[in-house]
Design a protein. Sequence first.
Length: 74
Amino acid sequence: MAKKANVEVRVSTHIDKALRQLKKKIEREGIVRDMKRTVYFESPTQKRRKRLVRAIKQNLLRMAAQGLLGFRKK
C-alpha cells in the first residue's frame, strides 16, 4: 500500500526559493528515505543497524550542540 504525501509550497516570485522550500520539506518528511527503502530489499538486521547508527549520530550532534563532548567553540 503506497503512502500519499501532500507537500505544499507557496510560489511567489522566486522559483528557486520555492524549490529550496520543497526540498527541505521533502527531506523533513522523510519521503526520499522511504522511497529508497522500497527500491531494494533490506534485511531486518540491516534496518536495526541503520536505525542504531542514525540514533548514535543524532545523540553525538545533540551532545556537541550542548557542549558536552569537550569541544570548545572558538
